[in-house]
Design a protein. Structure first.
Lengths: 335, 340
């Protein structure tokens, strides 16, 4: 080990000397408030925005990043940087810390989980960095604004659509649920029950958990088809499970017998809007990625020097055969 | 590696000149090189090098501490020619255990920590027994162990992350636990870093002074020869896996306190990061050759690399490529290393 001492000591000394040279003057002193008032330098400023994403392996989150990138390209003052935590809370904490080190002008974060990210988001906020939280919340109120969808409302809209448009004279529904224990799963389930309550002739005859996955939805649907000779509607908590259910029904030649309803409506080639346009799904409901709205909020805070609402809930939209092609084109203006 | 070594030759190799020294401490020099590169490529603001700000360096070492603690245990396992794939799952199990015991069962700080560490120790020892007494390869044993620990963590936590709040009331963890996540020495040194440092120093000293370490290198060098010359191979293996499990559990406790949550899904893939640190540190996967100091340098190297890539906002996909290439380069350097 004696040979080791020298290089280690040299490294330590180098680190200390350099650390001493680079004095850590943080912007805390001149920007005590994270409400954006002081961060705002108006239209003449240049702003670096850090986006901390939970996991881009999920198509929804990749689309959120893409939407942010596209919206920010329209604002000449903005430069956006992206980090991906690959579903690891510890990695996302480090990502946010690195943004703080870089002294970014605004943080956008879509947290992997609320509790583990709360402290580091507060740290950024307390340093005067405005923070926009997307899709999933953090605890407490140490952030500038939250932008997200309302899963209960989306479930309710889906339920009403089934009760009023698809099965006005009643019928049977099977429900493919998301991952057990996940909040959106519970909310999409609860909302749907509220929505169909208006039509007592509709019966949910079976539910199964598809864990948000296409292949799991397909496997569960195989079993449901065997057990239930007549199914009128399949309500899946997301589009991939609805697509899986469609494949299962098609495999036994029963896909014409029932309607498939999904949620999410991602405007990507493998997403729900295309599935509706191509006739596999009857309808799907948009779950907003919040990307565009996040950049709009950032512009208000940094360029326009105004304030934003603490909570912004985005509405859902029904996608059916009539509007699918038009909305897909609207969401993908260049392609 | 078929050469029999009757003493910890790998860390006490004598002579060899400059080239041998360069190779022996490749990870330390690698760390220095990456450190210097990080300073050069660091983004600057107002003439200040962001990478070397005290806060950033503290973040780097803190982010490394969990993997570092695991990697020290992994070094022991790899030194005897084994592998432990269960450490990430054991970390998750220990994180859940800490949270459930302190928050839901209202246990005190000390009993909770001791029980969680014991769980890791026993889990590791059982894996050591399976591989040494039944003779299943450690890769298979710990692959099974990974599944079992992950399953236990999910069962214990009901599949949900257990949030940790601090205080005296019911459903709150003792304040003394929160200290593990804080910083000391004027807010500069995170406690997890201190824990990592103590573990690393203890391991280095242990390998230098104890008679046991001779057995360890002997088993890794040539198990059959070691057995013939009277080394208690079975006991050595059980002890090594037990220590590895214990350290994974310790990392799990540190993990829980830093994230204020014990989640059964935490630590996925950490075993691979730990193995990467060990490999970059110059420890041979064939066993019998390597050092804890190298592993520490390897872990720090990965941490500095992660940090500087992030500070420069290198695309996350490109980051994966770069890290992969660094591991390959480290392993290739080992092949070039002159044999003693």
């Amino acid at each position: 080990m004696r040979n080791l001492k020298l290089p280690l000591a040299a490294a330590a000394v180098a680190a200390l000397v350099l650390a001493g040279c680079g004095t850590t003057s943080e912007r805390t002193s001149d920007q005590p408030s994270a409400q954006g008032a002081k961060a705002c330098k108006g239209a003449d400023g240049k702003y670096v925005i850090g986006m901390s994403q939970a996991n881009v392996a999920e198509p929804y989150r990749q689309r959120m990043d893409d939407d942010i990138k596209a919206a920010a390209a329209e604002v000449p003052q903005f430069e956006v940087k992206f980090a991906d935590a690959a579903q690891d809370n510890a990695k996302q904490v480090a990502d946010v810390e690195n943004y703080i080190t870089q002294q970014i002008d605004l943080l956008i974060i879509s947290p992997n989980e609320a509790k583990p990210l709360t402290a580091v988001v507060k740290k950024a906020y307390d340093k005067g960095i405005p923070v926009l939280v997307l899709d999933r919340k953090v605890e407490g109120d140490a952030y500038t604004g939250f932008i997200g969808g309302d899963n209960v409302q989306i479930g309710t809209e889906a339920g009403k659509y089934v009760a009023e448009k698809v099965l006005p004279n009643g019928g049977t529904v099977v429900e493919l649920k998301g991952l057990a224990g996940a909040t959106p799963q519970a909310e999409r389930n609860q909302g749907f029950a509220t929505g169909i309550a208006a039509n007592p002739k509709i019966k949910i005859i079976a539910t199964a958990s598809g864990d948000w996955l296409r292949e799991k939805g397909q496997a569960q649907m195989d079993a449901l088809l065997k057990a239930n000779p007549k199914i009128d509607v399949v309500y899946a908590h997301n589009d991939p499970m609805a697509e899986g259910a469609y494949l299962a029904a098609k495999a036994v030649g029963r896909e014409k017998e029932m309607k498939f309803i999904g949620i999410d409506a991602l405007p990507i080639p493998s997403g729900g809007i295309k599935a509706v346009e191509q006739g596999r799904l009857t309808a799907t409901f948009t779950y907003p990625t919040n990307g565009k709205e996040a950049i709009a909020a950032a512009k208000k805070l940094l360029v326009d020097c105004t304030t934003i609402d603490k909570t912004q809930t985005l509405p859902t939209r029904l996608i059916d055969k009539a509007n699918a092609a038009a909305i897909y084109a609207e969401e993908n203006p260049t392609g | 590696m078929t050469d029999v070594q009757d003493k910890p030759a790998a860390i006490a190799e004598t002579g060899g000149g400059v080239v041998a020294t360069l190779f022996r401490f490749q990870s330390v020099f690698g760390l220095l090189a990456v450190f210097v590169a990080a300073i050069i490529f660091s983004p600057r603001r107002d003439g200040q090098i962001l990478f070397v700000s005290a806060d950033n360096l503290a973040n780097v070492v803190r982010a490394v501490s969990e993997i570092g603690i695991i990697a020290v245990g992994m070094t022991f396992v790899i030194l005897i020619g084994g592998i432990d794939l269960s450490v990430g799952a054991v970390l998750g199990l220990a994180a859940v255990g800490s949270a459930v015991l302190m928050v839901e069962s209202d246990w005190g700080f000390l009993p909770s920590v001791v029980v969680v560490l014991l769980i890791g120790l026993v889990f590791g020892a059982l894996q050591g027994m399976a591989t040494s007494m039944i003779g299943i390869q450690s890769f298979i044993v710990t692959l099974a162990g990974l599944q079992i620990a992950r399953g236990l963590a999910r069962i214990w936590s009901d599949g949900q992350g257990v949030a940790i709040a601090y205080g005296d009331g019911p459903d709150e963890a003792p304040e003394s636990f929160a200290i593990l996540g804080e910083r000391t020495f004027g807010g500069l040194v995170p406690i997890p870093v201190l824990i990592f440092a103590v573990v690393a120093i203890a391991a280095v000293v242990f390998l230098r002074v104890s008679a046991f370490s001779r057995h360890l290198y002997a088993v890794g060098g040539n198990e059959k020869a070691a057995r013939l010359s009277g080394v208690p191979v079975t006991r050595v293996k059980i002890a090594v896996f037990a220590v590895c499990g214990l350290l994974a559990a310790l990392a799990g406790i540190v993990h829980a306190v830093q994230l204020n949550q014990g989640s059964p899904n935490d630590g996925i893939g950490y075993e691979l990061d730990a193995i990467a640190a060990v490999v970059i540190g110059g420890t041979s996967l064939a066993g019998g050759r390597g050092s804890v100091a190298g592993t520490v340098a390897g872990a720090l190297l990965l941490g500095v690399l992660n940090n500087i890539l992030a500070l420069n906002n290198i695309d996350s996909n490109i980051q994966l490529l770069i890290k992969g290439l660094v591991i390959v380069a480290a392993a290739a350097l080992q092949r070039l290393r002159p044999t003693s």
